[in-house]
Design a protein around this ligand. Structure first.
Ligand code: ZN
Length: 376
């Protein structure tokens, strides 16, 4: 359950050599800060030296590597179309904009309302679940953003996902901002924290009390050296926990099997005790738990009459002897065992190949535009 890295073919561009940091936040658009890098673009199939700031739009045409940012409504609609065309099940994340002298809460509200209405006017989109705010309340220097987001959440009945307490050096400053979320009335069942690594007992207690949830991202937390989440303590406290793979900033491999394994291994290694977390626990968090924190547990997360038929079919041939199916799934299984992927009862992946016109078209575009070094 993520945006860009799941919804489109991975190979949009390569940064060759030098340093590059990829910042998530625009969903289907990648915002890159690059230094002394060589950019290999899909547009021309050519390398060019890069310094500074670049936005790469990915609206399904694989066509645009442009400098500059289109207007927010264009970005939001383009992102929605990419999600829709990919055939994935999705919660759309909307940026309400940074509130300040240039952008009032009223403007943020009107912009978000306009987008929600635009979504409502679209032809039926089977994969679409809901619109949620991409929270920025803890990324800024004043409580104004949290207040504005709380206001938009209230008036439009939207949820909010906020990445919080991820980076170790920022943890003390960020913990102090927890108050802003509380005071704004943002802390509640509609709030979902991403990462949530460096809590303190008070923040954990208040979050549980308010009914907010979290997305545990162990692959990302390891990749970015963010830390190990104390999941057993969170479970004990009664926190709602789902699992995810963060955005394209750290999801080199957006793989739920690796994510479950990595999470279980981190926690067991930290505690030096295998009994603190089981394969069943992580499988549950990655399915029902994720659906719960996204507010869609009534429709997704488990196989039950009346729910949407999103499920995987695994070929067990290479799993060895199976004593406990949950243990085999979490300890042994991987994407190589994936025989079929269904979304809404529709076949999307068959034996490692995506099916459907959007994927076929995207693959053809990739083949046409990307030159293999030393190849034709
Ligand atoms: Zn993140």
């Amino acid at each position: 359950m993520d945006h860009f890295s799941h919804s489109l073919p991975r190979a949009l561009l390569f940064i060759l050599g030098g340093l590059a940091t990829v910042l998530p936040g625009f969903g289907a658009t990648m915002k890159l800060v690059v230094t002394n890098a060589r950019l290999f673009t899909m547009v021309s199939g050519q390398e060019k030296p890069m310094n500074g700031f670049l936005v790469v739009a990915a609206d399904g045409t694989l066509d645009a590597a442009k400098e500059g940012t289109p207007p927010p409504e264009v970005l939001a609609e383009r992102q929605f179309r990419a999600e829709r065309d990919s055939g994935i099940r999705f919660v759309h994340g909307i940026n309400i904009g940074r509130v300040g002298p240039q952008w009032s809460t009223e403007q943020a509200n009107a912009f978000t309302k306009g987008f929600v209405e635009w979504v409502g006017a679209q032809p039926p989109t089977p994969g679409f679940l809901s619109v949620m705010i991409n929270g920025a309340g803890t990324f800024v220097g004043t409580p104004a953003q949290a207040k504005a987001e709380a206001e938009v959440m209230r008036t439009l009945a939207l949820g909010n996902q906020t990445h919080f307490l991820e980076s170790p050096p920022d943890k003390y400053e960020e913990r102090a901002k927890f108050r802003w979320l509380q005071d704004a009335g943002l802390l509640g069942p509609g709030l979902l924290f991403g990462h949530f690594v460096h809590t303190d007992p008070w923040i954990l207690r208040e979050t549980v009390h308010a009914g907010a949830g979290m997305s545990w991202n162990p692959l990302s937390n390891g990749r970015l050296a963010s830390g190990i989440v104390d999941i057993p303590a969170y479970v004990k406290a009664g926190l709602r926990i789902g699992m995810g793979v963060d955005g394209q900033a750290s999801a080199d491999r957006a793989d739920p099997f690796e994510n479950m394994r990595m999470g279980l291994y981190q926690v067991r290694a930290r505690y030096e005790d295998a009994s603190v977390l089981s394969p069943y626990d992580v499988l549950r968090m990655h399915t029902v738990g994720s659906a719960d924190v996204l507010g869609v547990a009534d429709r997704l997360g488990s196989l039950a009459p009346g729910k949407l038929a999103d499920f995987l079919v695994l070929d067990p041939s290479d799993l060895g002897p199976i004593f406990d199916p949950y243990a085999s799934l979490v300890f042994v299984a991987g994407t190589r065992d994936l025989a079929r992927v269904y979304v809404g009862g529709e076949l999307k992946v068959l034996n490692g190949q995506t099916v459907g016109p959007a994927f076929a078209q995207a693959r053809a575009e990739v083949a046409k535009r990307v030159k293999t070094p030393g190849g034709p």
